[in-house]
Ligand binder design. Structure first.
Ligand code: ADP
Length: 268
């Protein structure tokens, strides 16, 4: 702005301030508009995810069960037909996982149980039991610390541990994937971590990796839907915590998340 060459500095100042305030308001309005748009499109995505995945469940069940019925008659089928049916079943199973993940993603905030003080050790054990076969088959070494009680929904905390641990095992080319699930208490929060000796994540993907459908590693080499970490983020945020990742991008990744030890900061 060109300075006014008189003794009315205050007026000059006022004009500049008026301009700044207008600019500030314009930006605020633009940001609000963008945020509204974002909220609307997020809500739409969520509704779409829910409706599409919910309505897909029934036809998918039919495809799998009828294909399995066909296989029961395997003796009368030639090898090509049998292979084709296997392909149909495999595709339907993968779709089922995708539909299940989409449903979980869209239901985290709406269908969660009320938050209460839960035993995080039990949730961690439940997650490890669900992953028992994966742990055995991958030859993984799992180390767990003891956790204090935290404010959470036990089912969702189990899912959170399970997603992070299964990723830690999956994205690892070592003969012995090693996963350490630990924590430290900071003020009234517990900072939890899941640390692995796997492929690592490059720093430029640290934020992106929590967005839905983001996949960094080969789609054919590693099965997945790209929804797991987006679910984790939603769960942690519902609990009133924060989730982030650290890695040197080459060897090993650590996912961190905070949980409350009392009910402050958690959403209903
Ligand atoms: P996916 O179903 O593909 O595993 P996620 O949302 O769980 O989806 O993870 C998103 C992507 O982040 C994965 O495809 C993978 O590339 C990367 N990723 C997740 N966890 C790890 C990990 N522990 N180590 C290395 N890469 C990981």
């Amino acid at each position: 702005m060109t300075p006014v060459e008189d003794n009315c500095n205050n007026v000059v100042f006022l004009i500049k301030e008026a301009h700044d305030v207008t600019e500030h308001k314009r930006r605020e309005a633009e940001l609000t508009r963008l945020n509204d748009q974002l909220t609307t499109s997020n809500r739409e995505l969520e509704q779409f995810a829910y409706v599409a995945s919910h309505d897909l469940q029934e036809p998918l069940r039919k495809i799998t069960s009828y294909a399995q019925l066909l296989l029961e008659d395997a003796e009368n089928l030639n090898p090509d037909a049998r292979r084709d049916i296997d392909v149909v079943i495999d595709g339907a199973e993968r779709l089922k996982v995708l539909v299940g993940d989409l449903l979980t993603f869209s239901r985290v905030t709406t269908l969660g149980r009320p938050l209460s003080l839960v035993d995080a050790n039990e949730c961690l054990q439940a997650a490890l039991e669900n992953l028992e076969l994966t742990i055995q088959e991958s030859n993984s070494v799992i180390k767990c610390d003891t956790f204090p009680a935290v404010v959470a929904d036990a089912g969702q905390l189990t899912r959170l541990f399970q997603n992070l641990i299964s990723n830690a095992i999956k994205y690892c080319d070592e003969a012995r994937p090693t996963v350490h699930i630990g924590n430290r208490v900071v003020d009234s929060q517990v900072e939890c971590f899941v640390k692995d000796n796997g492929l690592g994540i490059e720093p430029r993907y640290f934020d992106k990796v929590f967005e839905i459908f983001q996949r960094l590693h080969g789609r054919t080499a590693y099965s997945g839907t790209g929804i797991g970490l987006a679910i984790c983020k939603r769960i942690v945020e519902r609990f009133g915590g924060r989730i982030w990742v650290d890695s040197d991008g080459k060897s090993g990744t650590t996912f961190y998340f905070t949980l409350n030890m009392d009910s402050q900061g958690a959403q209903a």
